[in-house]
Unconditional design. Structure first.
Length: 173
């Protein structure tokens, strides 16, 4: 078996401050988190106002995502980003249960920064989320509820719970 690097060339997502609209959120379930400890994760998905100009997806908006631990603890990245986006802190009542679905269709400005991973690949990092500036026109998501392929692969796979199909032996027990 021959294994090779099959990284594809994609049109670069524009960096810096970009207007975006939230296209949805997805529950990733339990994933490996800090220190290898399982944590409940979620992903927010945004469509940038900026559009692709090349390839099969020319004319479509760029898509960016950010993964979070599913908690509104005041020190969590999710809490900090949502407070920055909303322009106000969460109340104790809101921390007890905030419905993420209300974010779909909400506009913002994302500060996008290019980062390099440990394996040397370049990726886009959502470094900050701010509300729209005064006078910026709001846009609607073109694909509300959009689920990136990597999210589908992560969430529609094996849930880790053994089933009868996992055992192919004939040993009765």
């Amino acid at each position: 078996m021959v294994v090779k690097d099959e990284a594809k060339d994609f049109e670069a997502i524009p960096m810096g401050m970009q207007q975006a609209v939230c296209a949805g959120n997805h529950d990733l379930g339990m994933q490996e988190g800090y220190g290898g400890k399982p944590q409940h994760k979620l992903v927010l998905v945004w469509e940038l106002l900026e559009r692709r100009t090349e390839g099969d997806f020319a004319g479509q908006r760029f898509i960016v995502t950010k993964t979070y631990t599913a908690t509104l603890n005041e020190r969590s990245n999710l809490s900090k980003d949502l407070e920055s986006w909303r322009g106000k802190a969460f109340t104790a009542e809101e921390r007890a249960g905030f419905q993420l679905d209300v974010l779909t269709g909400v506009n913002c400005n994302l500060n996008l920064v290019e980062k390099e991973s440990k394996n040397g690949r370049t990726y886009v990092n959502v470094a900050g989320i701010m509300p729209l500036h005064k006078g910026q026109k709001k846009v609607e998501p073109e694909n509300p509820g959009y689920k990136p392929q990597w999210v589908t692969q992560l969430t529609d796979g094996d849930d880790g719970i053994p089933s009868a199909d996992d055992f192919d032996d004939q040993i009765p027990f």
